[in-house]
Design a protein around this ligand. Structure first.
Ligand SMILES: C[S@@+](CC[C@H](N)C(=O)[O-])C[C@H]1O[C@@H](n2cnc3c(N)ncnc32)[C@H](O)[C@@H]1O
Length: 215
């Protein structure tokens, strides 16, 4: 199967994640922000990202029950690694069922990404994909997460996020500028946009404000 064909048969053969996702939503409504996992249309969009095809190290923030994780793995090389960072324990347990040796799951906040990468001895990721909903974070947390993502991303790396609201653009503007692309996924509940930014190569990188980042 090609990387862009996340088959509906494959999805159908897995035990349903909906009850697990619903419980996660009712117990943590602000963090989960959606009562169903992302649609197969979003999964296909993620699988088709060119930046994943050559990436050696990818980070997924807010993987939920792993539907988007599976889409990323479809596109990633066989010898790459994927670090998944998720806060909801029940989702983490589900993610730990992945038999794929490329996957490492950490139960923690995306805000701790810098120290997680250090602890796990991961190299600078070439791609960071985030489903963490910036619209329900405080502006301070949102800016802190963007700064962390910018700092840890490899030069020339890609930051991809799918969001129901567009406040991430304002938060990301200082570090990343305007998105390189923004694509609507209408067939999702609710519809969302997939944004992609590229971090500049080393020579032209931005200097960030000197405020200390929390680990
Ligand atoms: C909109 S759901 C997306 C889930 C999954 N990627 C999908 O598309 O089906 C947002 C996810 O981000 C997780 N999340 C929220 N805040 C987080 C944080 N600070 N660090 C890590 N994960 C977080 C939630 O628990 C949830 O799994």
């Amino acid at each position: 199967m090609s990387s862009t064909q996340l088959s509906s048969q494959e999805s159908a053969s897995r035990p349903s994640v909906i009850p697990c996702f619903l419980r996660g939503f009712f117990e943590n409504p602000l963090q989960v922000a959606s009562f169903v996992p992302s649609s197969v249309y979003l999964q296909r969009k993620l699988s088709s990202l060119a930046c994943l095809q050559t990436a050696r190290c990818v980070v997924e923030l807010g993987p939920g029950t792993g539907e988007t994780t599976r889409a990323l793995l479809e596109a990633m090389p066989a010898d790459s690694q994927l670090l998944c960072v998720e806060v909801v324990s029940e989702f983490v347990a589900r993610l730990q069922e992945f038999a794929d040796p490329r996957v490492t799951v950490v139960e923690n906040s995306a805000l701790a990404l810098k120290s997680i990468l250090q602890q796990k001895k991961f190299p600078a990721p070439e791609v960071i994909v985030s489903g963490v909903p910036f619209s329900v974070m405080t502006p301070e947390e949102g800016r802190q997460l963007i700064q962390t993502i910018y700092q840890v991303l490899a030069p020339g790396g890609a930051f991809v996020t799918y969001q129901f609201r567009n406040n991430v653009c304002e938060l990301a503007a200082d570090c990343f500028g305007t998105p390189q692309s923004r694509e609507l996924v209408l067939w999702n509940l609710p519809p969302l946009d997939v944004y992609l930014w590229k971090k500049a190569e080393r020579k032209t990188q931005k200097r960030l404000p000197t405020a200390p980042l929390k680990a």
